[in-house]
Design a protein around this ligand. Structure first.
Ligand code: ARG
Length: 457
């Protein structure tokens, strides 16, 4: 088969060579963006008097037919036509005759592919921001049910201090809020048109780049045609922002997995988001959370992959850049899927409040309360820490928790301890009294919830 660029060639490549160089296997995902870009380009060519209106009309009609077929899944792509751009151009010529060959006037696949990628990411990032918001709404709804549910808070995965369970859940709200801010900020660098940069140096045709940018809904145009065709920063940025989302999801996933164990039993996942074992009848596995934790790896890999592809590539376009696509598609797919699943998992999970209550009443996470109590009574905090530590040790030896230790035993370590110490040691008191700004005190958590809801609008 003759290539659209075959003029200067005496022989054609063997099919297995074509296969290696082709991107149609994956860049067909850009089919609608590519048609949209062509519609804007040819409209602009007409408006600028570069193509007669009759040709423009014919090309637009052909593109409309291709778009229709694309939506219906009727287009048959060929490896011999290398990529989405040449496949569509060939189909256009087959559809409307040689006039279809005028579409590529004043354009190159280099500005064309960059345009497609910008259009693609602009839409996907907008969708991802919406999914992040939906997940935040679910987190807020769960948190609302658990402002006064007391749970153990951890450092080093050791019981640290009691907290409001809502406070724990809302931590993820804020991570996602930052993720959203990063994606929103990145739109500035996605929402910019490379179209009209040509192969790299611009074109001799009197094109109007601002017009085609406007037709495509882009806010601005690249100032430098060489930068326009060689910039892939916006994709790296997307992969980096996505990596951070996955880091957050993987941390949450890990907690969901831990909380679902018999050892913790803090939550139970809905059957719809769990799986069984083929051999062990009792099993209910948190597969979805594990998968999301696992999929974090491929997204990090995609980021490292593209950074490495770009390293040292000279200006401007190099075929290396064709390698920017699969990781991007894979990341979009992974992120969209993970966010949808995670939202459903959190929306349908049951929080075992009884178990959480038991947990905070059978540990030493109220030890800081005792130290603070002594410090409030004038004992230097370092000394209060020491006294409390000794009392914890006494408890461990005698099989008590601090709340069970008789007052007389406490007073052996410090005469400052009085009967009111038991009020202070109660886990609920420990939480409600942590009223410093952003702390886990109920009033603070309620204020935080209100702030979160306000941000969600
Ligand atoms: N399939 C190519 C890519 O994805 C399109 C651009 C080809 N440009 C070229 N000069 N060979 O990068």
């Amino acid at each position: 088969m003759t290539k659209l660029w075959g003029g200067r060639f005496q022989k054609s490549a063997e099919s297995w060579v074509d296969e290696f160089g082709a991107s149609i296997g994956f860049d067909q995902q850009l089919v609608l963006e590519d048609i949209t870009g062509s519609v804007a380009h040819v409209t602009m060519l007409g408006k600028c008097g570069i193509l007669p209106q009759a040709d423009v009309t014919a090309i637009l009609a052909g593109l409309a037919t291709l778009q229709d077929k694309a939506v219906k899944g009727e287009l048959v792509f060929e490896v011999a036509n290398e990529d989405i751009h040449l496949n569509l151009e060939k189909m256009l010529i087959d559809e409307i005759g040689p006039v279809g060959g005028k579409l590529h006037t004043g354009r190159s696949r280099n500005d064309q592919v960059a345009t497609d990628m910008h259009l693609f990411l602009k839409n996907r990032v907008t969708e991802i921001i919406e999914l992040l918001t939906a997940f935040q709404q679910t987190i807020v709804a769960q948190a609302e049910q658990h402002v006064e549910t007391i749970a153990p808070g951890y450092t080093h995965l050791q019981r640290a201090q009691p907290i409001s369970f809502a406070h724990h859940l809302l931590t993820y709200f804020w991570m996602l809020e930052r993720d959203k801010a990063r994606f929103t900020e990145s739109l500035k660098r996605i929402d910019i048109s490379p179209l009209g940069a040509g192969a790299m140096a611009g074109t001799t045709f009197p094109i109007d780049r601002e017009l085609s940018a406007e037709l495509l809904g882009f806010s601005s145009v690249y100032a430098n045609s060489m930068d326009a065709v060689s910039d892939r920063d916006f994709i790296v940025e997307f992969l980096s922002n996505s990596s951070l989302v996955m880091a957050h999801l993987s941390r949450f996933a890990e907690e969901i997995i831990l909380w679902s164990t018999d050892e913790f039993k803090f939550i139970e996942l809905d059957d719809a988001f769990s799986t069984g074992s083929s051999i062990m009848p009792q099993k209910k596995n948190p597969d979805m959370a594990e998968l999301i934790r696992g999929k974090t790896g491929r997204v990090y890999g995609n980021l490292m992959g593209l950074l490495t592809v770009l390293k040292g590539t000279p200006l401007t376009y190099n075929k290396d850049m064709q390698e920017d696509k699969e990781g991007m598609f894979d990341t979009v797919h992974t992120l969209v899927g993970s966010l949808k699943i995670f939202e459903g998992m959190v929306r349908t999970m049951t929080v075992n409040t009884k178990r959480l209550h038991e947990a905070v009443h059978s540990d030493f996470s109220n030890a800081t309360e005792l130290a603070d109590y002594l410090a409030t009574k004038g004992m230097p905090f370092r000394e209060a820490h020491e006294v409390t530590g000794k009392l914890v040790f006494t408890c461990i030896q005698r099989g008590y928790y601090l709340l069970d230790l008789p007052l007389a035993d406490m007073q052996k370590e410090s005469a400052l301890i009085e009967a009111d110490v038991y009020d202070v040691l109660a886990p609920t008191a420990a939480v409600s009294r942590r009223n410093s700004l952003g702390g886990t005190g109920f009033t603070q958590v309620a204020a935080q919830l209100a702030q979160a809801k306000q941000l969600l609008g």
